[in-house]
Design a protein around this ligand. Structure first.
Ligand SMILES: [Fe+2]
Ligand SMILES: [Fe+2]
Length: 220
């Protein structure tokens, strides 16, 4: 039986960054040329879910993580980070209708190219952005500023908040779980509700997220 892990907001941030980084890389790779008609609907769902998960992550940082860090006097370039969230959200808002169009017209290479360009611009912001966050919000720094109990409540709050702001859970939960290495996934499963990981994802909603499978890891 798995043991509950110690609260570690820095590790949670690193893990969701890895999910989003893989999501961006996969989306860039598959939007480079043309889509295989069989997997095109799955790609569109995958890219749409990436947008939702990224949105949920930013909202959680803006509304919960950063205010807590600031209150605890953790040093960081908060104004810049929040501004970058806004820049990335503007790109997501721009790409969303294009993805909706691609869902109807998967052979439209012009729209696919515009999705690719949008994700390329987003990546240019994403990598330096997470570099700043991971440099300023390490386990050591957060551990020194925020007590274990408060980290636990922040970690739970962030997880709940992400669930509410990441679009449909039947897509966001498998997206997060299966864009991770097995080791990261094992850590994540310790903190996700069992009703989601053991029931919602593998049983109740398995057909709804199945089209994303070609783009995920470790799923049959
Ligand atoms: Fe961020
Ligand atoms: Fe982040």
């Amino acid at each position: 039986m798995t043991q509950p892990s110690a609260p570690d907001v820095a590790a949670d941030l690193l893990r969701i960054h890895r999910v989003i980084t893989r999501g961006l890389e996969v989306s860039l790779q598959h939007s480079r040329t043309s889509l295989d008609p069989a997997s095109a609907p799955g790609f569109v769902t995958y890219a749409q879910t990436l947008g939702w998960v990224l949105h949920g992550h930013h909202v959680g940082e803006d509304q919960m993580a950063f205010p807590t860090f600031r209150r605890k006097q953790v040093d960081g370039p908060y104004l810049l980070l929040v501004a970058e969230h806004g820049q990335m959200q503007a790109i997501l808002d721009e790409v969303r209708p294009v993805l909706d169009w691609l869902a109807a017209e998967p052979g439209d290479t012009g729209s696919l190219a515009s999705v690719h360009r949008a994700f390329s611009r987003l990546s240019e912001i994403w990598y330096p952005h997470i570099g700043r966050e991971e440099e300023h919000f390490t386990a050591e720094i957060l551990g020194a500023a925020i007590g274990a109990e408060e980290q636990l409540s922040l970690a739970r709050g962030l997880a709940e908040h992400a669930q509410q702001n990441s679009g449909p859970a039947y897509l966001a939960a498998p997206f997060v779980m299966y864009n991770l290495s097995a080791e990261d996934r094992a850590d994540l499963l310790r903190v996700m509700p069992p009703e989601v990981t053991q029931h919602l994802v593998p049983v109740v909603c398995k057909d709804q997220w199945a089209p994303m499978k070609p783009f995920l890891v470790d799923v049959d």
